[in-house]
Design a protein around this ligand. Structure first.
Ligand SMILES: [Fe+2]
Length: 186
């Protein structure tokens, strides 16, 4: 499925209220709605100028709603859905957030995340091999994808107020308008 308007995307994000999305996720401390807001807020704090990175954080897990139960494919579903609306960079950052988890699991200790995350990692292919990690590092978006993944992992704090979805409508419209303009030039 492809999202055609910011309104459609906002509705999907609102529908993340109360959703956990994957088996075992009911043990997670926050729903997908709060998780999206917390991820975006963390990225806004660390990278205030990078609206696309913030928006990628906001939408990175909508694949869990688009195709419930497909843990391994959730990044691809979300990336495909947002690409026509938000452009290639946001789409690629969303697509890479699972690869970034597998990369971080490969490059050092202390990156394993929660127990739930560890079992999700196994479902998603386990840590990268050295060759896969080397290939990942050559991607120009690798650093940003790792930044997104670290915010993702930190954005699971029960009761933390990270604002409301409406705060992001203007930013979504800005990124969508920029993409529409650039798209028109092609
Ligand atoms: Fe996430």
């Amino acid at each position: 499925m492809e999202l055609r308007s910011v309104e459609e995307l906002m509705e999907l994000l609102h529908a993340c209220r109360g959703a956990r999305g994957a088996p075992g996720r009911d043990v997670e401390p926050v729903d997908l709605h709060d998780h999206a807001l917390q991820t975006a807020a963390l990225l806004r704090r660390s990278h205030p100028a990078d609206k696309e990175l913030q928006i990628a954080g906001l939408v990175h897990d909508i694949g869990r709603l688009l195709r419930p139960g497909d843990d391994a494919g959730h990044a691809d579903h979300a990336a495909d859905a947002v690409r026509p609306l938000l452009g290639e960079r946001v789409s690629r950052l969303v697509r890479l957030h699972v690869a970034a988890r597998r990369y971080l699991a490969a490059v050092g200790p202390g990156h394993g995340g929660s127990a739930e995350s560890a079992s999700a990692l196994t479902r998603q292919g386990g840590p990268m091999s050295p060759a896969e990690a080397a290939a990942f590092e050559r991607d120009p978006l690798a650093d940003d994808a790792v930044t997104l993944r670290q915010a993702d992992e930190a954005a699971k704090v029960a009761g933390l107020d990270a604002g409301v979805l409406e705060d992001w409508r203007t930013v979504l419209e800005l990124v969508a308008a920029r993409h529409a303009r650039l798209g028109a030039v092609d």
